[in-house]
Design a binder for this molecule. Structure first.
Ligand code: HEC
Length: 163
């Protein structure tokens, strides 16, 4: 029984979606050792921030008492901004592909569709491959035929779609 329970525990600990699990890389050990003393690691892993913002956060944590040697700061900020970066859709939105302007669904690349229409990467890539196979979309209803698409997202943005 004890063996079984230990096995179960190991299994639970090994689940990759564990919010306290850190992706491997230079800096993993620093986060593990220095960033879990005051709050749960999921405070760190649940945050999405740019390099600039991580640099500010790390400075704040050091001010609060995090014991990170100066030599480790760059490695740490690199690690955090690489693994806990804002989602690409958001990066697109920051570049000016806003969520209120018109979107040409016959020419926009997948990344722009995702950012502009709040689609998943999967959904936006399906739109691109569907139009490559079936030709241009003519009206918003055509987009709801794309496999895997959430038609509510399309309908709620239908007035912004350009063909
Ligand atoms: C000396 C204590 C301490 C240590 C060590 C520490 N933090 Fe924090 N951290 C805090 C406090 C206090 C807060 C604010 C309260 C909270 O969110 O729990 C916080 C909040 C945060 C937040 C959320 C703030 C936001 O802007 O969303 C992040 C992210 C974070 N810490 C990252 C880190 C990282 C990365 C490290 C390791 C370099 C670290 N912390 C080490 C004390 C600490």
């Amino acid at each position: 029984m004890a063996m079984f329970l230990t096995g179960l525990l190991l299994l639970v600990l090994a689940v990759p979606s564990d919010p306290n699990a850190l992706p491997p890389g230079n800096g993993q050990a620093i986060v593990q050792q220095k960033c879990s003393t005051c709050h749960a690691l999921k405070v760190v892993t649940g945050k999405k921030a740019s390099r600039q913002q991580w640099s500010t956060i790390v400075d704040q944590m050091i001010t609060r008492g995090a014991d990170v040697p100066d030599d480790d700061i760059d490695t740490l900020v690199d690690y955090l901004s690489k693994n806990f970066a804002p989602a690409p859709a958001k990066a697109g939105a920051e570049k000016g592909q806003n969520r209120t302007g018109p979107v040409n669904v016959n020419t926009a690349p997948a990344s722009e569709l995702a950012a502009a229409l709040d689609l998943t990467e999967q959904e936006s890539m399906s739109i691109v491959s569907y139009r490559e196979q079936n030709g241009n979309f003519k009206e918003w209803r055509d987009l709801t035929k794309v496999p895997g698409i959430d038609s509510k997202k399309i309908e709620s943005n239908k007035d912004r779609l350009v063909f």
